[in-house]
Design a protein around this ligand. Sequence first.
Ligand code: BGC
Length: 755
Amino acid sequence: MKKQLVSKLLFILPVSIMLTMVGWQTPSETNDPDEEYISVLLSKMTLQEKLGQLNQRGTSSRENGISEELKQMVRDGRVGSFLNVQSKESILELQRIAVEESPNGIPLIFARDVIHGFKTIFPIPLGQAASWNPDLVEQGARVSAIEASSTGIRWTFAPMIDIARDPRWGRIAESSGEDPYLTSMMGAAAVRGFQSDDLSNPNSMAACAKHFIGYGAAEGGRDYNTAVISEPLLHNVYLKPFKAAADAGVASFMSSFNEVNGVPASGNEYVLRQILRDDWKFDGIVVSDWNSVTEMIAHGYSANEKEAAYSAARAGLDMEMTSHAYENNMKQLINEGRLSMEQLDEKVKNILRIKLRMGLFESPYFDPNQDVLYAEEHLEAAKEMAIQSMVLLKNESVLPLSSETKNIAVIGPLANAPREQLGTWIFDGDEKHSVTPLTSLKGKYGEAVKYASGLAYSRDQSTSGFKSAIKVAKSSEVILFFGGEEAILSGEAHSRADISLPGRQEDLIHELARTGKPIVLVVMAGRPITLGNIIEEVDAVLFAWHPGTMAGPAVTDLLSGEASPSGRLPVSWPKSVGQIPIYYNHKSTGRPANEESFVHIDDIPLHAWQSSLGNTSHYLDEGFEPMYPFGYGLTYSQFEYSDLTISDDRIKPADTLVVSATVRNTGDVKAAEIVQLYLQDRFGSLTRPVKELKRFERLILNPGQQARVDFRITQKDLIFYNASGDWVAESGVFKVWIAENAKSGLEGEFELLNE
Ligand code: BGC
């Protein structure tokens, strides 16, 4: 009876009181009351309950209602977490069973993919990265957490911080693009936003750094595919954002589907244990991806489910998402002595620790009566993020639209597509709340707007709508063409080999161009789209990604000049698929490409001698530059960079270097500039990239206004992971640029002296 009472009290009383009651030290006598609490609890748990904590049960993302069998499992303490339980009632009921009826009353954590918004949908993460504004990313994640937690979801599988150098990969939409520094900044901001400053806030969500590791390096951009990543590349590029997330206090990591250098991530002891636990001291949850433990069998790594469980457990994976390898085999593996009780306990502790930090033991329930979904300030935040995410790629004096414009043709499959503008991973976003460009433009320009979609959806192969679209175009002053991809064409398992505008969109643009009217192309898509076939036909291109609920108001503000575009590319933009992978922070070669040595395929003289041209690293047809460089984006103003200064020519490791420049708005309108600092370590014991982003700052300047930007560089910015596995800053010359993008800028240099 007494035992039972303590057991119940254990979960009702604050940790400190509980410890005193069960005869343990008071917090003042121990170093960490949480760890004491976990130890007490662990000592009371049966093997079945321990295994239960490692078990994340999935219900379909469209689930309605929970089976009696699952409820009984919770009652028996055989489930630690659920993903995709949808209704508030189901969450409350399952939690009540866990807390009141399971042997030790351990609360469940309810998880869901809240990727770029819960109800209020923000731009896809790639679009958010294009804002280069971590504060807005943090704000967006906060909004998502407030909305999702109001329905009982306290764990999100975000941020995805895979480096993505291949736009064919559908999941580039969920990434922050190709750069480790930008991705680190965005990832850490998202973690702060989801988790708030205290994970135990009822409106915080545990974040999840995913997918660990190398998922974005899938060969050819084919999802789930093999990743071969050298050791230095792993550390210098792929791991960096994950380290930043760990430093930001992320509560969980997700092991990825792919293999890295021959070992599937979910059984990869080197990454899950050595790097994550031993080196980074991560003490939160490592959860598998959906069935990724048992998929090690298909990978050809584990011979059967039991071996998959063994490999994952040994590697350091705590919780298994949806597959049942642990549940079915762990007991036997322990009995056989292949896994120890200590190894199991470590996993259970990692999970209980996060549940404790989330305050779930003290407050397992949520208030189901909160009214926060689609709150006015959430929609405002989503609109602002959408505005700042859009990148103006081209503008030949057609934007902003003149306020005198009397006749606007709105054409294209994405002009009025409330669901498609939301993008991938929007289980909960309701298209009824989407404000489309057509609706907003009509609101602003009224009768001046004439609409004919021309194509019913992005892949539409029918030209039957062309005629009416051309008719509308002919009677207009300007054509706004809303093209791109439907939401389903990007995201998980939605890679494309051809990343141009799908369906007959290019054909329709060609037809519209024949009217002689200026064309503004607004693209909504989940990835960079190759524009080579139509770029000459259009006068302006605003790349809007999938902008979310508030696409319409954001586009309208930008097209009308109410706001000036300020997004910058988080990826290098390929001219064609053949150039992929193309990324700015590549290595040099012994024969770097240059303008002088490049002869375009059409200009090669007939019967040219084999070695008479080229001999540098380029394509005869596409050259060596992307269509638009990383960091690129136009505004309605212009900026001039001058007076680069570097505080010292030579620095020692402990010094701080200040690199400064003056940036002036030389145009006619107020606009934002993203000032970027790049470095190059000229010579290294391992060759270094030709440029690496190290800092950026967002400036807002009025016409004629200028500002001095100071960037502080320390040894931390100069180090890299070398061939011996050490982080070193090697002495020698560094180049530095303060720039508008990765292909421009004021250049200087300094020397690092190590002695
Ligand atoms: C994805 C993860 C996601 C999980 C749960 C998997 O298919 O790769 O990113 O978090 O499903 O929905």
